[in-house]
Design a protein around this ligand. Sequence first.
Ligand SMILES: Nc1ncnc2c1ncn2[C@@H]1O[C@H](COP(=O)(O)OP(=O)(O)O)[C@@H](O)[C@H]1O
Ligand SMILES: CC(C)(COP(=O)(O)O)[C@@H](O)C(=O)NCCC(=O)O
Ligand SMILES: [K+]
Length: 257
Amino acid sequence: MLLTIDCGNTNTVFSIWDGTAFLATWRTSTEWQRTADQYYVWLSTLMEFQKLDVEITDVIISSTVPRVVFNLRVLCDRYFNCRPYVVGKADCMLPAPPRVDEGTQIGPDRLVNTAGAYDRCGGDLIVVDFGTATTFDVVDTDGAYVGGVIAPGVNLSLEALHSAAAALPHVDITKPQAVVGTNTVACMQSGVFWGYVGLVREICARIKAERARDMRVISTGGLAPLFQQTEKLFDDFQDDLTMHGLTVIHRFNKENN
Ligand SMILES: Nc1ncnc2c1ncn2[C@@H]1O[C@H](COP(=O)(O)OP(=O)(O)O)[C@@H](O)[C@H]1O
Ligand SMILES: CC(C)(COP(=O)(O)O)[C@@H](O)C(=O)NCCC(=O)O
Ligand SMILES: [K+]
């Protein structure tokens, strides 16, 4: 049984893949201090709770936070008796090598999204991932990652307003009733919501124009459906895209080793 781990700057997601389907998905906050023992107590409790009596034999990790990888490796060694594949490391091959400036450290989540989206949809894609940052990953015709865009995340933008301006409260994102807000919260939500709709539309249009071709836009991340409510920004929403990409990269390494 394969354990896939996607560690973002805010949350870390664990899924169990039986070769055809995900049996379970659990989420915890990302904290580099969390030890292997803590991960295991948490994981085994949830597995027991869901009556999942499975043996984990393989692990693949994508982490945008380099520091957490150490304890995840200890988890694999101590409790699952295996050596994990870590996306971005030399011993973890990618189905299609990225084409970017030499020396660039591409976020592993973006490489994983690329592999997952190409596997499901073929080439010429834009993957929009609403995480701590909002990333746009450009997938070429042959499935290679060829660059993209990094924008401040939705919650990060709201938090930035709150932390920099004394009179601006903490606000959760939601679709505002109108563009013109008649109170502080509505004004902030409008700025971020409609600003984001514009940002996504403009960036996708410019990517397509720059590459002189039509491209399918695939979104992932919990906030994507919120932005799809008003207009069709994305051709498809795939909540499990990153996890799917991890299974694709894992299979590729197993088959080519
Ligand atoms: N369905 C959702 N509704 C509201 N906020 C969400 C939802 N899903 C994720 N978020 C928020 O979006 C931000 C990014 O979360 P996440 O996608 O887990 O980021 P990362 O992958 O960078 O760790 C966080 O602030 C998280 O709380
Ligand atoms: C852009 C990111 C911070 C997004 O991370 P996330 O929001 O998923 O936590 C991450 O992909 C990253 O650290 N990238 C490194 C730089 C790059 O991808 O070019
Ligand atoms: K992410």
